[in-house]
Design a protein around this ligand. Structure first.
Ligand code: HGY
Ligand code: MN
Ligand code: MN
Length: 396
């Protein structure tokens, strides 16, 4: 399974993945998912929001236990973030069938669409739509870097966008969702454990900073006459690091766009996207408002106009204790429980259904990079743990 999926959407030069929502690579990942479902005789379903489901048992029965993750990636992302959860779900089902497990509840494997938000800027679009956290109207406003709207991209990929919207009936039939994911940190490497259980997801968000200056000639414009937004942007990036360090949070400006983006032209507009996360809401609010203040002060000095837009936000997610503790009991009671700063569909859906996460050790902790890795025996341990959890939840 892994070998069939691995080459899809991988850039030959960077070895990173470019599996963006509703592109050719996404379509190839979706075709891979459907082939895995079909080859196992599972009932395949594409829901109104473009999420894929592979069912064992009656999709309309109550109390379904679902597992899975996402197949899309960040630009030049790694091979494991998302796909490890989907491949492990199919492998765990194979393991349970080999054990002769008799399920008393339906089980489904899912691929939630557009989890990374790499193309349209909003994370977890598939699960946000399903849970009503993203309305159809707001989804129709999403544009990619070329100005293509989400509905247009869906249409071009053959999915009818007029159907997108909340799916409460589907979610009401789900008893539990367990997402297996490669750890995006080194806690398990440091503790020497192969598998961990998630306790919570930090509150986190994305803010777009628009710095409007004045285009001019790089060679003939005196420094005193400039309204250079690049300076304001640079000061804001340094302020973000200062404020995050002070608060024990994280803040990243990882994406920038410059107009006209010419070597010999002072920019008219610099757009920078801030990703900031903290262990609690108050800290996150403090960090982001301090960064905005620093940006505003510098903008005044530079004669630059600043506009800040919050593009995506996820409040703190505390995974349901009963499910988390039941999973730990099924796995022997001594599995480490750890928080994470990374967002996930299991986090988005936790308001609508009981959700939980299993983490698999990442020896370097590196993620959102072609260098992301996980050892095969740790991945197998993850599959067995997921199989045990599914057996415990779907056969009681
Ligand atoms: O950004 C995140 O935390 C996740 O990878 N979408
Ligand atoms: Mn990710
Ligand atoms: Mn992920």
């Amino acid at each position: 399974m892994w070998r069939d999926l691995e080459p899809i959407g991988r850039d030959a030069d960077t070895r990173g993945y470019r599996r963006y929502a509703w592109t050719g690579a996404d379509a190839d990942c979706r075709a891979w998912f459907k082939a895995q479902a079909d080859s196992r005789g599972l009932t395949y379903e594409l829901d109104r929001n473009g999420n894929q489901w592979a069912w064992l048992g009656d999709p309309l029965a109550e109390g379904a236990v679902i597992t899975g993750s996402h197949l899309d990636s960040v630009p030049d992302g790694g091979a494991f973030d998302g796909p490890l959860g989907v491949v492990s779900s199919f492998a765990a089902l194979d393991e349970l069938r080999a054990r002769g497990t008799r399920f008393t509840k339906p089980v489904a494997i899912t691929n939630f669409g557009d989890e990374e938000g790499a193309r349209f800027g909003l994370a977890c679009v598939g699960s946000r739509l399903a849970s009503g956290q993203l309305t159809r109207e707001a989804a129709y406003e999403l544009r990619d870097g070329d100005g293509v709207s989400l509905p247009q991209a869906m249409e071009e990929a053959g999915h009818d966008p007029s159907t997108i919207g909340p799916d409460p009936e589907r979610l009401a039939r789900i008893g539990a969702f367990v997402e297996l994911h490669v750890e995006q940190g080194r806690a398990l490497d440091l503790s020497g454990d192969r598998v961990g259980i998630a306790s919570a997801i930090w509150p986190h968000g994305r803010w777009r900073f628009d710095f409007h200056g004045e285009a001019n000639h790089a060679g003939t414009t005196r420094l005193v006459d400039r309204r250079d937004p690049m300076l304001t942007y640079a000061e804001t990036v340094l302020a973000a690091r200062r404020e995050a360090e002070l608060a024990g949070a994280v803040a990243t400006f990882g994406k920038i766009s410059v107009e006209p983006n010419a070597v010999n032209a002072i920019p008219s507009l610099v757009r920078g996207w801030l990703d900031s996360r903290a262990a609690d809401q108050a800290t996150l609010d403090t960090v982001v408002s301090a960064i905005e203040r620093a940006a505003k002060e510098r903008a005044e000095r530079d004669g630059v106009d600043l506009r800040v837009v919050r593009e995506s936000f996820t409040p703190v997610i505390e995974f349901e204790h009963a499910l988390r503790d039941e999973m730990n009991k099924i796995l022997g009671g001594s599995v480490p429980v750890l928080g994470t700063g990374a967002g996930h569909d299991a986090g988005i859906l936790s308001g609508a259904i009981p959700t939980a996460m299993l983490f698999v050790r990442n020896p370097t902790g590196v993620s959102h990079s072609p260098a992301e890795s996980a050892a095969e025996d740790d991945c197998v341990a993850g599959v067995i743990a997921l199989a045990d959890v599914l057996e415990g939840l779907a056969c009681r």
